[in-house]
Write a protein that binds this ligand. Structure first.
Ligand code: HEM
Length: 456
């Protein structure tokens, strides 16, 4: 008996054939999330295409997503992602290294740990809001995405090193993200291998790497020489002090460097993206802005919102949850198949790259009503009862779920609440906002805004 034959329920055709040899190369290069949305509309929950013969599947049904992320991580491992920034840090490592590192890093982001950075956050936030309203007072507008990234970059830099970043670091790293964002995952690397003329400027990545490595290794060697110091709450120190569960060994310098870069890279741009879309939504829904202001007034009076207030700002929390549903900053969660396997009636060959796009999952017609409507109250506890565990996955799910989930929610809510408490915000661009996927899900032509201090 041929046990490898697919069951009769297995559909064979789950996507377009595409061009000879190239397959779906061009739509994938142009905009993978647009391709995902198109394929889900035409082929349903699971679709399969090929790029240069390599199979790529898109999944959007929460039932399949749960199987991949929670139930069968060995059947659907995270693929090996090689890039010059991340080394072997938490976002990309696998197997025993990942397990060891996860155990050491995760406790650094527990609620009580995040609270100790609240002073840094409030300080940077008040500087940021002042900077935006000063620009407004001079009649100047700005791109909210760049400014939110600047704010979060400063916050994360101080959290890591207790120092203020130099402007050249911000400029160089944003530039590297811009260049690097075009190489999306393993298939992106493949494009640039096969069509090297598409590879955008590797020196710009080199410059950013040189700056980052030089900076981190200098601070690390100073920290090792100095030893432990009371009141040092930097992430750098936490990484130096961490010990492996089984061997009690500390991390080597290269691993500390990799974790700093991973945590930095996984955090500041993601939060900045979430904030950008949240501020835009408030400019488009005056009733939401009014409700946030009312809530902030009743919880904080005229004082700026603090870390302790954030949990009480329940409506503002729902606004941020809804933004992360409609415009999830992490536009895809990537896995691959360890062997041939059937998912949702489609037989996927070994080595298939699985793209689970929260944008599509969060609009699944069986799980979300009026999915394109902005409705923060859909996150009221009574309306969330019975919701599938993987219908809402902006931070992933299962063993590799985001370690920074609490930190991002607090930072985004506190920023939105503070900005709307103190300022009026005007969106100066066109609607609907065109989006694109880079490292995160960003507005294609920026998010022009003008901010002015509120009177009274
Ligand atoms: C709005 C903000 C954020 C979003 C939307 C987000 C999203 C995600 C998602 C979807 C994953 C899972 C990836 C996967 O399963 O392959 C992830 C993992 C991760 N995130 Fe976040 N994240 C955010 C903020 C942060 C912050 C603030 C930090 C740390 C300071 C952080 C650190 C990480 C790390 C280290 C991982 C890898 C975990 C592992 O593989 O074990 N993220 N994030």
């Amino acid at each position: 008996m041929d046990t490898s034959a697919p069951s009769p329920s297995v559909r064979r055709k789950a996507g377009p054939r595409g061009l000879p040899v190239l397959g779906s190369f061009f739509p994938m290069l142009q905009e993978p999330l647009a391709l995902a949305n198109k394929l889900h509309a035409e082929y349903g929950d699971v679709s399969l295409v090929r790029v240069y013969g390599y199979p790529i599947a898109f999944l959007r049904n929460p039932v399949d997503v749960k199987r991949v992320l929670i139930d069968e991580p060995l059947v659907f491992p995270k693929p090996r992602i090689v890039n010059p920034f991340n080394g072997n840090g938490l976002t990309v490592s696998q197997g025993d290294v990942w397990k060891r590192q996860r155990h050491m890093v995760q406790p650094m982001f527990h609620k009580e740990k995040v609270r100790q950075w609240a002073g840094i956050f409030s300080d940077e936030l008040s500087k940021g809001v002042r900077r935006w309203s000063d620009l407004g007072a001079r009649g100047e507008s700005f791109d909210m995405y760049t400014e939110a990234a600047r704010l979060m970059f400063g916050v994360m830099w101080r959290t890591c090193f207790d120092e203020t970043p130099r402007e050249e670091f911000f400029a160089s790293i944003m530039d590297a993200i811009d260049v690097f964002g075009r190489r999306r995952g393993p298939w992106g690397t493949l494009y640039f291998k096969l069509l090297p003329r598409l590879d955008p400027n590797p020196e710009r990545i080199g410059t950013a790497l040189w700056l980052i490595n030089g900076w981190i290794y200098a601070r690390l060697s100073r920290r090792r020489e100095r030893g432990t110091q009371d009141g040092d709450i930097t992430l750098l120190s936490a990484l130096v002090e961490a010990r492996a569960r089984d061997t009690s060994e500390p991390m080597e310098d290269k691993q500390v460097r990799d974790e700093i870069v991973n945590l930095f890279g996984a955090s500041f741009e993601m939060i900045a993206t979430s904030l950008t879309w949240a501020v835009h939504a408030c400019t488009q829904h005056p009733e939401v802005t009014r409700a946030i202001r009312e809530e902030v007034r009743s919880v904080c009076g005229s004082e700026p919102p603090k870390y302790e207030d954030v949990a009480k700002l329940t409506y503002t929390n729902r606004v941020v949850q809804e933004i992360n549903r409609l415009n999830p900053p992490a536009w895809t969660i990537l896995r691959e198949t360890a062997g041939e396997v059937e998912v949702g009636g489609v037989l996927l060959p070994k080595g298939t790259q699985l793209l689970m796009c929260p944008y599509a999952i969060h609009r699944h017609p069986d799980h979300w009503k009026d999915a394109d409507t902005f409705d923060p109250d859909r996150f009221l506890p009574e309306r969330m009862t019975g919701m599938h565990k993987c219908a809402y996955v902006p931070f992933g799910a299962g063993q590799r779920i985001c370690v920074g989930q609490h930190m991002s929610q607090v930072d985004t809510v506190q920023t939105l609440a503070t900005l709307l408490q103190q300022c009026d915000v005007e969106y100066l661009g066109k609607n609907p906002v065109e989006w694109q996927t880079r490292l995160t899900f960003v507005p294609k032509r920026g998010m022009p805004m003008r901010v002015s201090a509120r009177k009274g």
